[in-house]
Write a protein that binds this ligand. Structure first.
Ligand code: CA
Length: 245
């Protein structure tokens, strides 16, 4: 996580505790590495095809995620004990009030604006796809034994499709990035209730994690909270503190 360059990355590992941690660490490190390389040499080629209609920043973010995918694959190939590891990712790059948002897998981004919580990302999961096609109801999907099955993740294939979008942040907006450890245990209404009474980001993140743990959360939980201050200091957009557990 690099608040100084406005880059926030959340990755959740898969494939056993140790290798899952390796994969998620590799994901965040590689994204940051690619980003920094591009900053010092702007002509650094993009990995993968540029996505039409998106800013340079968004395309660079997608490129960084594709780079992370390759790095995880390469590491797993070299180390048999890491075979089968993978990771999800949800990443935000801020440039003033503009936000690039990219994700692969079932880690999510939510936006809380004017007391409304909106999920900005769609899970790349098998059950989400079944819901989209009308084969399962949301309730059935939530109960399904297959809800862990992802359609996309980093470290699975040499090419990964990255979902990228751009959003404008308004004053007072809160962006929540979280792993499925949180979104599985708490409903949108529960998350919204916590964000509505939010004071500082740290306390708010603590409250979300505590609630998810009380709800029986067995998975590890990662949360990043960003808030665009209601009154920017000296004309600058200030994003609130972040927190990660
Ligand atoms: Ca998880």
């Amino acid at each position: 996580m690099s608040p100084e360059i406005g880059l926030f990355i959340l990755s959740d590992g898969m494939g056993g505790q140790t290798s899952g941690e390796v994969a998620s660490r590799l994901a965040t490190d590689s994204i940051l590495t690619h980003w920094r390389e591009a900053e010092s040499s702007p002509s650094l080629p993009l990995i993968g095809q540029p996505l039409g209609g998106l800013s340079e920043s968004s395309n660079r973010l997608a490129s960084a995620i594709r780079f992370a995918n390759l790095e995880i694959l390469a590491a797993a190939r070299k180390n048999p004990e890491w075979h089968g590891m993978g990771a999800t990712v949800v990443a935000v790059k801020l440039a003033g009030e503009r936000m690039s948002l990219a994700h692969v897998g079932d880690s999510r981004a939510y936006r809380f604006r004017s007391s409304n919580l909106e999920q900005l990302t769609q899970d790349h999961s098998f059950v989400r796809e079944q819901v989209r096609r009308g084969i399962l109801t949301q309730e059935q999907a939530d109960q399904s034994n297959l809800r862990n099955v992802l359609m996309r993740a980093l470290g699975v294939e040499a090419e990964v499709e990255v979902d990228v979008e751009e959003e404008l942040l308004l004053e007072g907006d809160t962006i929540l990035l979280c792993s499925d450890g949180l979104s599985r245990e708490l409903s949108g209404a529960q998350i919204a209730a916590v964000l509505k009474n939010a004071d500082d980001a740290q306390t708010t993140a603590d409250r979300l994690v505590d609630l998810a743990n009380q709800a029986g959360g067995e998975d590890n939980i990662t949360v990043i909270l960003l808030r665009r201050a209601a009154k920017p200091a000296r004309g600058l957009t200030r994003i609130g503190r972040w927190f990660k557990r």
